[in-house]
Design a protein around this ligand. Structure first.
Ligand code: ADP
Ligand code: MG
Length: 592
């Protein structure tokens, strides 16, 4: 019974709770994963802040999570010694939807409804604090922030539109710092309060939590106790004439105690040989709130000049569509220093923006714990780390491209092809790594994209250059008169149909010492010049050209006899140093 100030939930919260309870009913146990992950986040925050402010730790130096169960009354209590919440934070965090996990859940729910996907998928999402109401009628959160000298209690009930907050003045409830969450389970869910059940769930869901999680377990030890001999036995003994011997029996002494229930070594510190793909994928999904398995992962340690460990992932889909190309602040890389989480707020320090879709963790022993943005930006160590990380990311992508399963790379290219093309423009240093990963349609492969290697392999023995045409679609590329002569000679032409393609290719300039050549430029040389024939043509048609030029005036730079056409009467080409027609169109529409 609480007498506290009453607050209404933000409207979306009520709706969200409804959704959670109704769509997750079959997968209720996720509540524990969510609440443990909040406790772990709170401990991470505290550990991070305490690096610069050791005062924060003074009341309680143990950073852990403790889960107690009362099976007779159906109560679960989760206690963490983390950062806690002030009164205002209670209102902001537990009364509004401002949080990542829950917002993502809502979106996923909508997407999966739109796609007609089944509700099971949703169980894999981070649904946050409100998942407590999956199993509990009533939730009481008592919390003490080191920034506040008071402890507060938040109390809410399932299916209610409001909650209360009051100060916790009961000395029995006092906690030095952190949060104690008490769940009063619904009648049908009281089974979750069995200590063995909780232990099993913790093992299952909290494999990757790097703080110790203790559960309250009944223990027993055996001991020998002396027993009074019963008279009949004693008599028998006498008859057997045995010497004096005391009788004992074994009894089990029961008691309750905290038991460490999880393994706290972070997965990146383990030996890669002992970690399965499933473990990596699980870690990925839990750490980044993802529901799809990654396309690839890479776990490595670097030694020498700079030492760090890392696990990198290529996601299966771009997280915010094309937005993250322009906004590299994706929270995709989590930086740890000596296992302490430091930050996931980077802006190109560890990966160039075109690779900002790569997710992962990086743990360094060489950076100072109180590393700041400024230090990161200027650090030589970070520059070396960045180089290595980028190299590893490319290896990983190359691995996908060489996979037996062509679909994987198609998926990758669909989602992140644009990023790599941006890399051609922004990262000259890595051209050699990016170029083999590019894919284009071509005059000989209009359905399936080809790589530059495939193009080069298919080149004619006398062919020196790589031909391309930029256009707005495969159909219009195929239908240009520029193609005629090349098709006749069976020369393959790349179709650059994405607006960024042409600029990317122009930045690359060449691949395996073969220049990229735009077939619409006026000096196109197919290596079949016939001087005699040209001279004759000039004599025959020179006057016609002059006449046409006169008629068209300033509309064209010049009118020339062409040797690139076979069936069309004429073609408009761009000057050697001018923009291509495609580029001109782009510049006009300002899309680049
Ligand atoms: P998310 O974890 O994605 O932010 P949640 O709904 O799980 O969303 O939690 C909402 C917010 O409530 C958290 O961001 C955090 O600020 C606060 N919170 C929840 N549990 C705790 C806790 N045990 N200690 C401190 N703060 C917490
Ligand atoms: Mg959470």
């Amino acid at each position: 019974p609480s007498v506290g100030e009453k607050y209404e939930y933000q409207a979306e919260v009520s709706r969200l709770m409804d959704l959670i309870v109704n769509s997750l009913y079959s997968n209720k146990e996720v509540f524990l994963r969510e609440l443990i992950s909040n406790a772990s986040d709170a401990l991470d925050k505290l550990r991070f802040l305490s690096v610069t402010d050791s005062e924060l730790l003074k009341d309680a130096t143990d950073l852990d999570i403790r889960i107690q169960t009362d099976k007779d009354n159906g109560i679960i209590t989760i206690i963490d010694s983390g950062i806690g919440m002030t009164r205002q934070e209670l209102i902001d965090c537990l009364g509004t939807i401002a949080q990542s996990g829950t917002a993502k859940f809502l979106k996923a729910l909508k997407d999966s409804k739109d796609a007609g996907a089944d509700n099971n998928l949703i169980g894999q999402f981070g649904v946050g604090f409100y998942s407590a109401f999956l199993v509990a009628d009533r939730v009481v959160v008592s919390t003490k922030s080191p920034r506040s000298d008071k402890q507060y209690v938040w109390e809410g009930e399932a299916n209610a539109s409001s909650y209360t907050i009051r100060e916790d003045t009961d000395p029995e409830n006092h906690i030095p710092r952190g949060t104690r969450l008490t769940l009063y389970l619904k009648r049908d869910d009281k089974g979750f309060a069995h200590p063995e059940r909780i232990q099993k769930l913790v093992k299952n869901y909290s494999q990757f939590v790097s703080f110790p999680i203790y559960t309250w377990q009944e223990k027993g030890y055996t001991k020998e106790v002396e027993v009074d001999e019963d008279p009949a036995e004693a008599k028998k003994d006498e008859q057997d004439d045995t010497t004096e011997k005391k009788k004992t029996k074994t009894v089990v002494e029961k008691y309750w105690d905290w038991e460490l229930t999880n393994e706290t070594q972070p997965i990146w510190l383990r030996n890669p040989k002992e970690v399965s793909t499933e473990d990596y994928n699980e870690f990925y999904k839990k750490t980044f709130n993802e529901y799809l398995e990654p396309l690839a992962s890479s776990h490595f340690t670097t030694e020498g000049e700079v030492e760090f460990r890392s696990i990198l992932y290529v996601p299966a889909i771009a997280s915010t569509g094309k937005d993250d190309i322009v906004n590299p602040k994706t929270k995709n890389i989590r930086l740890y220093v000596k296992r302490v989480f430091i930050s996931d707020d980077f802006d190109g320090e560890l990966f160039p923006r075109y690779l900002s879709f790569v997710k992962g963790v990086v743990d360094s022993n060489d950076l100072p714990l109180n590393v700041s943005r400024e230090i990161l930006q200027e650090s030589r160590i970070v520059r070396i780390m960045r180089k290595r990380l980028v190299r590893k990311a490319f290896d990983m992508i190359l691995g996908i491209s060489m996979s037996e399963n062509r679909e994987d790379y198609e998926k990758f290219w669909d989602n992140f092809g644009k990023h790599l093309k941006l890399g051609c423009i922004e990262d000259r240093e890595n051209h050699k790594r990016i170029a083999p990963l590019l894919r284009f349609f071509s005059s000989q492969s209009e359905q399936e994209m080809i790589s530059l290697d495939e193009y080069v392999e298919n080149m004619k023995p006398e062919q020196k250059d790589i031909y391309y045409i930029a256009s707005d679609s495969v159909t219009s590329a195929r239908n240009t008169p520029f193609l005629e002569r090349l098709l006749e000679k069976d020369l393959e032409v790349l179709f650059l149909v994405d607006p960024i393609d042409e600029i990317a290719i122009q930045n690359l300039k060449s691949y395996k010492e073969k220049n990229f050549v735009d077939i619409t430029k006026e000096d196109l040389d197919l290596g079949d010049k016939n001087e005699e024939k040209e001279k004759n043509m000039k004599q025959e048609f020179g006057q016609t050209c002059d006449w046409i030029k006169k008629r068209l005036g300033d509309k064209v730079a010049s009118v020339q006899i062409s040797n690139r056409l076979s069936s069309s009467p004429c073609v408009l080409v761009s000057g050697k140093f001018g923009w291509s027609a495609n580029m001109e169109r782009l510049m006009k529409s300002q899309t680049v």
